[in-house]
Design a protein around this ligand. Structure first.
Ligand SMILES: Nc1nc2c(c(=O)[nH]1)N[C@H]1C(S)=C(S)[C@@H](COP(=O)(O)OP(=O)(O)OC[C@H]3O[C@@H](n4cnc5c(N)ncnc54)[C@H](O)[C@@H]3O)O[C@H]1N2
Ligand code: MOO
Length: 388
């Protein structure tokens, strides 16, 4: 049995051979870049107007209008003191422009421009290199591309990007009591739900699951199911059969498939019987079958690893401290990830903390961490991992 911090460290310290690929920019959302990305040119690449109005030369009250520049056009005009040109947002300002005045603050009378207020030097001019200088670092290797990141890269004229490949993920559920939703349920059976929750949780964070497989609870089936599945996967996630019961065959079946244990069992609630192993560059998480346990383990351990495998610089759920809105006593002898709801700056621990109870997780938006046998007083700061 390991402590939570040890388990996290073991996962973080895995040496992984990352693979890269070139993707079209439009298909790069949620991928991380595999090289530092520097600006091929300055942004903006020329001084331009931030407003529809007039480019002015000199700081006076009245100017002579000598021409017009629209966005995309280049003015040949070299402004002289006392001259102005009509200009539009984004257009390159002529040589010798002192400032741009928005049109709402100016009156035109024939070719005369009369200002209603005095311009300040440089006003409403977006300077060349104001956002980025040529050669400046835009994104560091490992930056996970967001929609704004896609826009930034496109604005630098790039349409293909080298990124880290995402893992192929397979998901196996075990348990003879499980039947698929939609089918008739006999006495003693329960509906299989973990593969649903886990598959969409992976997908929500940009890691689609390749194959989902339901295996019957006998050693040979589990062993051969794992053998087949591990061949064509990078990360195998199993649920159920990892505890100590007579039908918990997963650990032994993994070992007989050459998967080497990195840790087994974490001193935590829920999710104690969590297994993490590897076979060369393939990795296996065997999550406990209880629905809330398997999903908690996904958030705390599997997700950061999926991100690490995909070259992300920053891994894991966002973690913040919030003030607890009521007294709470954690009676468990294990440090606990509790289903919780964060509203504004306060966190409330929800009813329904059992490892099999998932409704509270569905209604909440966080996992609050409270140490074993610890009492929290209303107003205490509690660490929370935001799950949505
Ligand atoms: N003697 C002991 N018994 C148990 C221990 C222990 O330390 N000693 N640990 C308990 C803890 S903690 C957990 S968590 C569970 C985990 O057990 P398994 O990982 O072996 O899971 P199963 O026994 O297969 O299932 C547990 C529970 O979850 C339901 N389940 C399983 N798979 C699914 C699924 N895909 N969808 C929905 N529900 C699922 C299953 O029906 C069981 O009710 O072990 C404790 N026991
Ligand atoms: O660790 Mo188990 O997940 O408490 O029920």
């Amino acid at each position: 049995m390991v402590r939570i911090e040890e388990a996290i460290k073991i996962i973080q310290d895995q040496d992984i051979k990352l693979k890269t690929e070139i993707r079209k920019l439009i298909n790069c959302l949620g991928f991380s870049i595999s090289e530092d990305f520097v600006a091929p040119f300055a942004m903006p690449s020329f001084d331009n107007s931030a407003m529809d109005g007039y480019a002015l030369c000199g700081i006076i009250q009245e100017y002579k209008i000598v021409g017009e520049v629209a966005a995309g056009n280049i003015s040949e005009i070299d402004l002289k003191e006392g001259e102005a040109v009509r200009i539009f947002t984004g257009a390159k300002v002529p040589e010798n422009t002192t400032a741009v005045m928005m049109q709402e603050k100016a009156k035109v009378n024939g070719d005369k421009l009369i200002l209603e207020e005095q311009p300040k030097e440089g006003q409403s001019i977006r300077r060349k290199g104001g956002q980025l200088e040529e050669g400046q670092l835009v994104f560091e290797k490992g930056y996970a591309i967001t929609p704004a990141g896609i826009g930034m890269i496109a604005s630098l004229g790039i349409e293909k990007v080298e990124v880290y490949k995402k893992p192929v993920i397979n998901l196996i559920t075990t348990g003879d009591e499980l039947i698929t939703p939609g089918k008739f349920k006999k006495e003693g059976q329960i509906y299989e739900s973990n593969s649903y929750a886990l598959a969409v949780a992976c997908e929500q964070f940009g890691f689609p699951v390749q194959h989902r497989l339901q295996i019957e609870d006998n050693f040979e089936s589990i062993k051969s199911g794992i053998k087949k599945s591990i061949e064509n996967t990078d990360i195998l996630i199993l649920s159920g059969g990892i505890s100590v019961g007579d039908y918990d065959f997963v650990k032994q079946a993994l070992e007989e498939n050459g998967v080497e244990e990195q840790f087994y069992k974490v001193f935590q609630k829920p999710g104690k019987p969590l297994f993490f192993g590897r076979k060369e560059n393939k990795f296996v998480f065997a999550l406990p079958g209880n629905p809330a346990s398997s999903l908690s383990c996904f958030y705390i351990y599997v997700l950061p690893f999926l991100q690490k495998f995909s070259g992300f610089q920053e891994c894991g759920l966002p973690k913040y401290s919030f003030s607890i809105s009521h007294d709470f006593e954690n009676r468990s002898d294990r440090p606990s990830f509790l289903k919780a709801k964060v509203i504004n700056d306060n966190v409330q621990i929800l009813d329904g903390q059992g490892s099999s109870m998932i409704q509270s997780m569905a209604k909440g938006n966080a996992l609050a961490f409270i140490d074993a046998e610890t009492s929290a007083k209303k107003g205490d700061q509690i660490d929370c991992y935001l799950i949505s």
